[in-house]
Design a binder for this molecule. Structure first.
Ligand code: C5P
Length: 225
């Protein structure tokens, strides 16, 4: 069973996807982590972020690994654990170059489908999972929330990681990422036609999770337990 959860940054989709996967006992795939680790690889390589061929080669050849499990996702670059480093503002500020590269997207989308084939069942989250990557997914969700609310959540996460960042900086970064994610010609952020939409602005993670599990039960996709 493939369950997709798409939505913008700060909509709650990562935490929801992780908890849903744990509840169902299946892996979850954080596709944002893939764009993030390629971004970090490009920054560390000093790559020209506008050089489509160089970015595509990096996405294909760089030594990065994702280990998707039911409760965590561990990311390594050249054998180094970069699970936390890929969440930094430095990476946030540059993902749009990587996410906007058609060559990178083609490679990462193929990797995501391959992971889906190997795992059989998973919860996968991103911007294009229910549209471009898994159009035939068993069930699709789209989470969204007001911009201010999403910025407050991201600020909280970044500050918890020890980043010296202001609400204004986070708002500016989210605005820019929303714009470039929605406007890019390849696999833009979009609501899948057959997705269940959830506005998480005033909901806790457990309320979002309950809404999703209720839907899955009603459609016979999970047991009653
Ligand atoms: O979800 P997260 O904020 O970790 O994603 C990081 C960046 O990767 C996003 O800003 C977006 O540009 C890109 N992304 C994407 N397609 C996905 C997942 C993430 O373009 N499926």
């Amino acid at each position: 069973m493939i369950i997709t959860i798409d939505g913008p940054a700060g909509s709650g989709k990562s935490t929801t996807a992780r908890k849903l996967a744990a509840r169902l006992g299946i892996p979850y795939l954080d596709t944002g982590a893939m764009y993030r680790v390629v971004t970090l690889a490009a920054l560390e390589d000093g790559a020209d972020l506008r050089d489509e061929a160089a970015l595509t080669a990096l996405a294909r050849d760089a030594d990065y690994q994702l280990d998707p499990g039911p409760t965590h996702i561990r990311v390594t670059l050249c054998g180094r654990d970069v699970t936390e480093e890929i969440r930094s503002m430095r990476v946030n500020d540059h993902t749009r170059y990587i996410a906007g590269s058609p060559g990178v997207r083609a490679i990462l989308i193929e990797k995501q489908r391959e992971i889906g084939r190997q795992l059989g069942s998973m919860v996968t989250e991103g911007r294009d999972q229910g549209t471009a990557v898994f159009p035939d997914a068993d069930v699709k969700f789209f989470l969204d929330a007001e911009l201010e609310k999403r910025a407050e959540r991201r600020l909280h996460d970044l500050q918890a990681d020890g980043e010296d960042v202001t609400l204004e900086q986070v708002l500016a970064n989210l605005n820019e990422r929303d714009r470039t994610d929605s406007e890019r010609p390849v696999a833009p952020l979009a609501v899948p036609e057959d997705a269940i939409r959830i506005d998480t602005s005033t909901l806790s993670i457990s309320q979002v999770l309950n809404a999703i599990v209720t839907h899955l039960r009603q459609h016979g996709l999970v047991g009653q337990a």
